[in-house]
Ligand binder design. Sequence first.
Ligand code: PEP
Ligand code: MG
Length: 538
Amino acid sequence: MQEIHVEKTASRGIAVAAIYKYLQPDLSPNPAAICENQILEEQKRFEDAREEVIRELEVLAAENEIFAAHLEIAGDFTLHEGVEAKISAERKNAELALQEMIDEFAAIFEAMDDAYMKERGADIKDIGKRLMAKLKGVTLPDLGNLKEETIVAAKDLYPSDTVKLSPELVKGILTEEGGVTSHVSIIAKSMNIPTLVGVKGILSKLEDGMMVCMDAEKGVIVTDPDQETLERYQAKKEAYDQERVRLKKLRNQPAVTKEGKRIFLCANVGNVEEIKKALEMKIDGVGLFRSELLYMENTHFPTEEEQYQVYKEAATLCPEELTIRTLDIGGDKALPYFEFEKEENPFLGWRAIRISLDKKEMFREQLRAILRASAFGHVRIMFPMIISLEELREAKTLVEECKKELAAQDIAYDEAIELGMMMETPASVLLAEEFAKEADFFSIGTNDLTQYLLAVDRGNKKIADRYDYFHPAVLKAIAHIIRAGHAQGIKVGMCGEMAGDVKATEKLVEMGLDEFSMSAGSIDYVRAAIAGALSSVL
Ligand code: PEP
Ligand code: MG
């Protein structure tokens, strides 16, 4: 018996089952260079593998949209051309050329801070794996063949593996690689499978069929447990599962504090699919629709019509409240079709509202699209990274101009659309009283607010222990924003990560926060924490 402690939980829960080691065949490329007369042969080898993979994916694409996305990547001209060029110009064999192209492609996406875009990196690696297996003539294992309840242990799981996961059989997941925002973490969370990722060296400590207890609440793995430990974990798991059922039942009631205050529980989303998932949690609305994903996934600036179609679908799905944040690009978020000049300090640079106000035509297209969608539900517009009243006023004036244009064209929109702002810069905190007189609502972005108030880069692992939204300066800023907003009678919400942290819930309720907006997976827990009904099992 051995007890292993892991720092971060990817998907909560408790599991007790036998291990299945999901091992991949050796797919490392052959490093040998080729000579000139082998170029055509290697290019043909790659082409044949690609065609075979495309044929396989065409069948799978009908079953699952992940495979449809993979089909698109496999057919991507840049990948194809890049591999062929490496074979001809650099004399790399097909496997090595493929590996390098996949690494280069995936690295671009993985460097992004945004969880959704990071996931695209996993898809690229996944398709690389499939192509490589074809080139090497090896068969990949299949998680769809599991017959018994197991805890799956793997180096990492790819999107094509996770679609095969059956939550009835897979009771837990342990991976050596991946972070809490990696693909496997996101999928495991959506399937409610307890998961711990980044557990270095775990495969060498496990054997197929070995019993394992895992507590993905506290980050504990017990390998080969004795009878007493096994029974203790089984009891713990039962209590936990009962608690989850109880929490699910709470979804049918609005979130109300012990003092009787009604709190709005909303979701942070990046696309329509995420809204559909969040609606299962019985949300009061969307507190943050990150519109930048629509721009990041595209090959061009999305047109007014393209955006309108998406926003309209979102507003129709969630008519209670849909808060669309205008483009928040720059910093760490790039666009594949737009070259940003290199900056010394991108987080203090040309980003978010600064770009929108500089590129007014683009901004107008977005505003018109949002306004048109506002005819279909309670849509709100939220401006990111505001530091001055002039910026807020300029943005509001543009909305007014767009409204007039639409009215002249007889196009419907919500005349009373609310225009609010993210409170995520120190300037917005210090000017909160002034902003509250001109904004219709506030939403506190603790992710950026913490980084700017404490001068601690939110993505720098070396100083991650200093990045703390419980720092007294951050708490004081939050309390100040809420007071200033309430003094003018406007609603104050929060859409930074802190809103989904149950350790913060009581404090935020005490401060008077009106709306909590978070990723869908946290909603059940925060709802219970608001009611003071979060049990110690969780
Ligand atoms: C924030 O800064 O808290 C926020 C919600 O925005 P983002 O994480 O997209 O910068
Ligand atoms: Mg932000």
